[in-house]
Each structure stands twice: as structure tokens, then as C-alpha cells.
Design a protein around this ligand. Structure first.
Ligand SMILES: Nc1nc2c(c(=O)[nH]1)N=C([C@H](O)[C@H](O)COP(=O)(O)OP(=O)(O)OP(=O)(O)O)CN2
Ligand SMILES: [Zn+2]
Length: 118
């Protein structure tokens, strides 16, 4: 099995709901996010790629246009904007385009990662 991944960086604000009132993440705040998309395949194309990293540029465009420097609560509607749910959102978006996508990981801080892998 071959595994490749690529990271996409963006900055955005959010506010989590359902937490204790004194939880800092109940307040409006922001992160420098990293989205890492993971692709796997048993086979390689004629060049030797699972998929050309450059073919993932539509995800970069989506992140730049729809998520970067935006308020994620507005983008995701009523949904909470936890890292777990952001990973699921970006997995669904990516897997619909590239069948080799098996997981998406989201980092909000240098110490944290959340992964969605069905
Ligand atoms: N399982 C999850 N826990 C938390 C999430 C999340 O998305 N999933 N999100 C947050 C906050 O939005 C934010 O990520 C803060 O995280 P935290 O680790 O508390 O960040 P700090 O820099 O304040 O942590 P330190 O321990 O002070 O370094 C919270 N939890
Ligand atoms: Zn946060």
C-alpha cells in the first residue's frame, strides 16, 4: 500500500457551542489551521504516483476561497466547528473528488491533531 499526504494552511476564527461558559473556546478566537489530506492506493500510475500532488490544487482553492480568513461558524452553518467536524467536512469534500482519499487531519495548535477516517 502506498500512502501520500499534503498539507494546506489557513487562518480562521470560530466559536464552540455547548461548552461550559468559562471554557476559553466558548469565546470567539482563531487558529492557524493545518489541513492534511491522506491518500492511499495499492497501485501507482505510469509515472509512479498515487496521484500528482498538484492535482489537489482544487482543495487549496476551496480552502483559500471558502475557509481562509473567514468565520468558520458562518461557513459550516449550525454545525459546531470542532477540529473533528472540520476534518469530516474536508474529508467529505475531498473524497467526493479523489477516491484515494482515506483520511483528513486537522491541526488547530502546534500540539493538537484531529483525524476523520471512515
Ligand atoms: N477534542 C477537541 N477538543 C478541543 C477542540 C477540538 O476541536 N476538539 N478545540 C478546542 C479549541 O478550539 C482550541 O483548539 C484550543 O485547544 P487547546 O488545546 O485547549 O489550546 P491551548 O493552546 O489553549 O492549549 P494549552 O494546553 O494551553 O497549550 C479545545 N478543545
Ligand atoms: Zn478553537
Amino acid at each position: 500500500m502506498f500512502t501520500i499526504s499534503k498539507q494546506f494552511h489557513f487562518s480562521a476564527s470560530h466559536q464552540l457551542h455547548g461548552l461550559a461558559a468559562d471554557h476559553p473556546c466558548s469565546r470567539l478566537h482563531g487558529h492557524n489551521y493545518i489541513c492534511e489530506v491522506v491518500l492511499q492506493s495499492d497501485t501507482l500510475n505510469s509515472v509512479g504516483f498515487v496521484r500528482d500532488y498538484r492535482e489537489l490544487s482544487d482543495l487549496k482553492n476551496y480552502i483559500d476561497d471558502e475557509l481562509d480568513h473567514r468565520h468558520l461558524n458562518d461557513v459550516l452553518g449550525e454545525n459546531n466547528t470542532t477540529a473533528e467536524l472540520m476534518a469530516k467536512h474536508l474529508y467529505d469534500w475531498s473524497h467526493a473528488r479523489w477516491s484515494e482519499v482515506v483520511a483528513v487531519r486537522i491541526s488547530e495548535t502546534p500540539k493538537t491533531w484531529a483525524e476523520y477516517r471512515p
